[in-house]
Write a protein that binds this ligand. Structure first.
Ligand code: HEM
Length: 175
């Protein structure tokens, strides 16, 4: 019993030493942090990298919804009515907004904006008669020569590699 009391006194004395008191405080703090870890709660969602790894971009990146277009619904995407520029080749609708310099209202190929450009691409011509009437049926392209088909397919490939395919062109009333 006496020896137990003496040990307790020794323990209390040893804690009076600054080094031991500091160590005990440090251990107590670490145990506290393990049991109740601190999770920093940002006051608002960080929007830039400097605030850490877990941040949200300021705005969502642009996404393109793949959908069906008809000549009538495609028409408005000509860079004037709508800033987005779409055109179709061989039944595929491309978002060529990134090439606004080519297809915008002042661009050399602006006549293709919002239109089915297949015939013009096949025949390497931007003459107005290359464009089929918007209200009419789709251009069947059956009169194209094999060379013109190859040329159009070449443009199709160029556009597929460069722009986003965002839809398919179907007959008026079918979408
Ligand atoms: C006077 C003759 C022409 C000249 C000097 C010319 C010049 C050019 C030039 C410099 C480019 C840019 C190439 C690049 O940076 O990759 C280009 C692209 C193009 N040209 Fe022409 N071109 C001519 C005729 C035509 C014709 C008749 C068509 C009709 C279909 C046409 C359709 C295109 C298309 C679709 C592009 C690709 C644009 C893109 O990548 O979005 N060009 N042309």
């Amino acid at each position: 019993m006496i020896s137990l009391i003496m040990r307790q006194e020794e323990l209390v004395d040893s804690l009076k030493l600054p080094i031991n008191a500091t160590l005990l405080a440090a251990i107590a703090f670490l145990v506290y942090r393990i049991v109740w870890p601190s999770i920093p709660q940002p006051r608002e969602v960080p929007t830039s990298y400097k605030d850490g790894y877990s941040w949200m971009p300021e705005k969502h990146p642009q996404v393109a919804l793949f959908q069906k277009y008809t000549p009538l619904t495609l028409k408005k995407y000509n860079g004037v009515e709508d800033k987005r520029i779409l055109l179709a080749i061989n039944g595929k609708v491309f978002d060529v907004t990134a090439g606004a310099g080519f297809y915008g209202p002042d661009g050399p190929y602006g006549n293709f904006a919002g239109r089915d450009a297949s015939r013009g691409m096949a025949k390497q011509s931007f003459d107005i008669e290359m464009l089929s009437p918007i209200e009419g049926p789709l251009d069947t392209l059956t009169d194209l020569t094999s060379e013109e088909w190859v040329n159009m397919k070449g443009w199709d490939e160029h556009f597929t590699n460069k722009y986003i395919v965002c839809g398919e062109l179907v007959e008026n009333g079918a979408a």
